[in-house]
Design a protein. Sequence first.
Length: 377
Amino acid sequence: MIPYGKHIIDEDDISEVVKVLRGDWLTTGPIVTDFEHGVAKYIGVNEAVAVSSGTAALHAAMHALEIKPGDEVIVSPLTFAASANCIVYMGATPIFADIHPDTLLIDPESVIHKISKKTRAIIAVDFAGQTCDYVALKTICEEHNLKLVGDCCHSIGAKDEHGNSAGSLADISVLSFHPVKHITTGEGGMALTDEPELAKRMRSFRNHGINMDASARSEKCTWVYEMQELGYNYRITDIQCALGLSQLKKLNNFLKIRRQHAAKYKTLFLNHHEIKPLITKKDALHAFHLYIVKVPAHKRKAAFEGMRNQGFGVNVHYIPVHYHPYYMENFNTGPGLCPVAEEVYEGIMTLPLHPGMTERQVDSCAKGLDAILKTCP
Ligand SMILES: Cc1ncc(COP(=O)(O)O)c(C=O)c1O
């Protein structure tokens, strides 16, 4: 089976991890800080807080922005549930805004319609690997005094049409290092910001709400610390960050291969009457975490099964979050809330795309889909 996404771990990644295993600090040590500095520099932000997952980073972002029960936060429905769950963790209400049918990115016009007196923030999801319209979203945030969070779990390495890096375009941006993402730490995530106060709150939040972690206490030769607010254990280990640092060196090459494969798919599907790739924004740089095509909705299920049966690990990203039973039961969501996302969902399919694939495999996935669609009634 050619999976839709997969990590690449080489011997040099392994030896970096082994070095940490032989050292003194397995967690909250210097390699965590090195990884934070490495990612902050790559993206061009002042502060990076590494945590145990992208979900933990989203939760930390909500905490730092002081989202409270009774607040509303606007989010895209076509995303992984974690983008909305972080709002619920704070006792707040997720409000789903619709997406643009061509890019599947949150539609600023729909966001405006969903703003109420209770709205405190917007979570923009850089779906599939291209940046949302942060210029429009920032203008909305300034007009309505809202905070902006970028869920950039798909978009490390992307740039917007003005040359600005994904991860540097919101008050807080969030990355994931899950194995299907561009670079991996096994599990892991990071919250990025230019505001030291937000970074400080997120650092404390990842460590139970304690103001000084073990390495800071060791450096200051003190046992004293204070738990100033309620936090969690969202720490990431030096073992994981050693892998992350080693992977970071390869990120540009991984991105290059992803972009080459995406370009190949695009050429193969050019003017295809049934397979329509998503629109990529002109002058922007896509990170291609996912390669998504639209196929005729009535053929999607048969095409999905046909592809899987032939060894092509297709997937569907995503079931709209407001369709999940938890949201329907607790937030009274359901069909009709976001018509564009709902219609698009019926016909989307994710094709395999990762740097371990060969061009021939891209070719066979594309030709496989074309052949299977011809047999679908
Ligand atoms: C858009 C998006 N947000 C958040 C997450 C959560 O990241 P993690 O799996 O690292 O918790 C993911 C992971 O798949 C994601 O795709």
